[in-house]
Write a protein that binds this ligand. Sequence first.
Ligand code: FE2
Length: 280
Amino acid sequence: MRERPLTQIIPSMPASDGAGVKLRRSLGASQALRQDPFLMLDEFFSDNPDDYLAGFPSHPHRGFETVTYMLDGHMQHKDHLGNTGDLGPGDVQWMTAARGIIHSEMPQQREGRMRGFQLWINLPASLKMQPAGYRDIPSAQIPEHGIDGGRVRVIAGRWTDASGETTGPVQRPVTEPTMLDLHLNAGATVEVPLPPHHHAFVYTYEGSARVGEQTVPHRAAGLLGPGEHLRIHADDDTRLLVLAAKPLGEPVVQYGPFVMNTREEIEQALRDYRDGTLAA
Ligand code: FE2
């Protein structure tokens, strides 16, 4: 069985988005830094309200899915479809922007720690112009599975080991993403089951992780090559996201919050947003 090698490290870089929320961006820091179909991964974490209070006021998306995973704090989502979602610690919001959604994501706290992630996953051409969809997944609906040396929260896809299969609440067509939040004790070595032909990466948000002879440093994305399985070793207590999905192999043209296949489709998205028909 061939182990997935570490092929590239993308350190997270300080960035700012929304109305001035400070965050760290790894995938998506430049348009070359992607792992098809993953477009972007932001981590936000701060104890300073000045870093997050401005939030993400009303803005559009078209052509992909956004996944918000909260670790600490509260964020409220509102969109043009009339959905309101309150995201607290451990909760996930899975939004399929598809042909268009206009929403805001605003902190619901004046002080304390805000910590979490936003991940963008591309949609295939065949689904980019489908109606938008939205789902809140409360923390209690995310299964946690004890493993030798730690535990895993299965958000999307599945975890399979000798004790059986743990299925996450989110199963998506075409890209079939796996999203795991892996907590490892110091000294643990685990084998992570991932579909062999899927593109995959890890993001270390506490501690660091070794893949083969190489280390994915703290707060970095480690892109993985193909293989039958992934073996990770934690020198210290470590938490990381593990992501995998089927690559689309389609052209990607991005302009801010619009991700389409051609420039003409981006121009159409801009016209639709201007005319008020983006999400109609
Ligand atoms: Fe958004």
